[in-house]
Write a protein that binds this ligand. Sequence first.
Ligand SMILES: [Fe+2]
Ligand SMILES: [Fe+2]
Length: 298
Amino acid sequence: MSAQPSLSLAPGLDESEVLTAEPAVSPEESALPELERELVKRLRTGRAALPVLPAVAQSAIRLANDPDARITDLAGLVDTDPPIAARFMSVANSVIYFRGWVTSSTQSAIVRLGLASTRDLLFQVVYASTSGGLRRYQSAVQASFRRSVIAAHAARVTSRELSIGSEYDYMSGLLHDIGESRVLRILDGITAPSTPALVEDLVEKYHESAGAEVAMAWKLPTEIVDACAAHHDPTAASTPHVRLVMIADCIVNALEAEVGQEKRELDFEPFDRLLVDPSIARRLIEKTRPFAAPEDQI
Ligand SMILES: [Fe+2]
Ligand SMILES: [Fe+2]
């Protein structure tokens, strides 16, 4: 699919020149590596490299929560954004969603999927469209996106298997690490000295807050903001919807660890910390595995 969804940085948010006023630098910050200092400054503006949410995705979340919403309303909206419509149709007809049918009409695709799954897939399309155009960290951003799609499926599988019953299971799994691509995009625009290890550390350290800001800017439900903000905080495991994403992360890690390994030696310790016993962990991994094939992603 060659069409590119019409996602862009917010007007005036070219990260190379986003700062208009020099924020004060604390003594602690001045001891940081130059790359990190610059990243912190740009994140502090609160808007650096924040992708704009296309109108169709904004409407999708509203319509999916509206009992009176009509399929034709959402289909009409999707069709007003041809690049998004094209990507959406491609995903809707993809292997995972293939139910013995292929359609070229947005409306019939939405009828088959339902409003909630349509909303989820539109956000996947929107997220995919933030994964391009980087000079140095393109493969890292794409890897983050691929992991996120698997996490989305893992979160849905977990929600169903453990009866967590989260309406935003898929979206929470999908978007919890969206801060990684935001941090990488900001770093891509900074010319200070860097090493792969430093970049990895900075992504690890700042992606939660950076992602929560994206979720808030997009006015996503609190459940998703929480998942972005706290999925590496062990104390947040007592919050069911954050624990759900933590379990999804463990599943993704387990599936990634299998790659290239002849004999699968699963590490159940991370699951144990989330009160998921090994037999359940195994089941969650098995049920997520079919979604981890690269051809099943956009
Ligand atoms: Fe994360
Ligand atoms: Fe993650």
